[in-house]
Design a binder for this molecule. Structure first.
Ligand code: KG4
Length: 341
């Protein structure tokens, strides 16, 4: 049996987990800083680092106690090394270094984005590579050609706002709370669309050739703003939420379809905070049946947001390949591993 520790501190969740054999969750603790950052409607890096520092040791202690394991039972420490807020990443990195130094346990450095995709290994046997990895979060709207552990090629990216960011900004425009995703989802679900009603928002991004796969959400955000300006109060918040979500998700489906057509890969793994959205989940399920692709996404919503379990899960595979790093490893805001070594 192989037990691994996962440490996540890249953004606004401090999390520690212990995973067995890369697939069985033994313990997971997540401290969300959402309430701390919500008055600012976004993550404040300095505040995030301080909050990680305050919480991380006690989360580790609780996790170790719950697991009934000792440090000697751990085969590896997996820690998020990139991408993320550097000051926050350094908190997790330093904890990993301390444990490694005291207990002589090897460290593996984990790509946060890859971990979001690999987390499905905690719920089912991993499908055979290659996958199309679709990442929809607060910081990313991207599609990867995922060839194997540690081997990702970026196929599609966002030109401006990410999908989660668009949810958060539209929520601010509508004077709804931060983060916007869960509230907008609820408002959208409450809307009963009259038969034949047209969307007040234009379609996103003109089709410009089969090979061009891009995300862009700032235009939709501006369309929401201008639509609101054209109205008098009270604003139809449910209607706006409904059409915002619908338009935003249409681009997700279009891009996945294009990526499948371009690469011929029919295994799609979708992940990230926005995958907590039930409307998106059902839409992707429908599409997977219609277009015969294999769809995977984390069933448990705690695996959609940042968590230490996904880090320990991916860390297991890197540990098996002996991809250890020395105590002097670096962390980085960048997405590309080669760029940080
Ligand atoms: O992956 P994640 O937890 O972390 C970051 O990237 O920071 O994603 C957070 C994002 C936020 O923008 C939030 O509004 C969005 O995920 N989100 C949702 C939902 N729950 C969270 N978006 C749409 N629908 C949801 N139910």
């Amino acid at each position: 049996m192989v037990y691994g520790l996962g440490i996540e501190s890249s953004c606004d969740e401090t999390s520690i987990a212990i995973v067995k054999d890369g697939k069985d969750l033994i313990s997971l603790k997540v401290y969300s800083q959402i309430e701390t950052h919500s008055p600012y409607r976004g993550v404040v890096p300095e505040i995030a680092s301080r909050a990680h520092l305050e919480k991380i040791n006690s989360l580790l202690a609780v996790c170790m106690e719950e697991s009934q394991l000792s440090y000697a039972d751990l085969s590896y420490i997996a820690v998020t090394g990139y991408p993320g807020l550097v000051g926050s990443l350094m908190i997790g990195a330093q904890l990993a270094r301390c444990i490694s130094l005291v207990h002589s346990i090897p460290i593996v450095l984990v790509n946060h984005l890859e971990a979001h995709l690999a987390v499905i290994g905690l719920e089912k046997d991993l499908p055979a590579f290659p996958w199309l990895g679709v990442l929809l979060s607060g910081g990313n709207s991207s599609i990867y050609f995922y060839k194997g552990f540690g081997d990702l090629e970026l196929l599609a990216d966002t030109l401006d706002d990410s999908l989660g960011e668009a949810f958060d900004k539209v929520s601010a425009i509508l004077k709804l709370p931060y983060p916007g995703g869960p509230t907008i989802e609820k408002k959208a679900q409450a809307y009963v669309r009259p038969k034949g009603e047209l969307s007040p928002f234009p379609k996103l991004l003109k089709e410009d050739g089969p090979d061009s796969i891009r995300f862009s959400y700032s235009g939709l955000k501006t369309a929401v703003l201008y639509y609101l300006k054209s109205l008098t109060e009270p604003f139809p918040i449910e209607k706006i939420s409904y059409y915002f979500q619908k338009t935003a998700f249409e681009l997700v489906v279009r891009n996945i379809t294009k990526a499948i057509e371009t690469t011929k890969i029919k295994t799609v793994v979708a992940a990230g905070g926005v995958l907590a959205n039930e409307t998106l989940r059902s839409l992707l399920e429908e599409e997977s049946l219609k277009r015969s692709f294999q769809l995977h996404y984390p069933q448990k919503k705690i695996y959609c947001t940042d968590n230490g379990a996904m880090v320990a899960c991916l860390g297991y595979h890197l540990w098996k390949e002996k991809k250890y790093v020395g105590l002097d490893f670096k962390v980085s805001p960048k997405r590309n591993f080669e760029q940080i070594l």
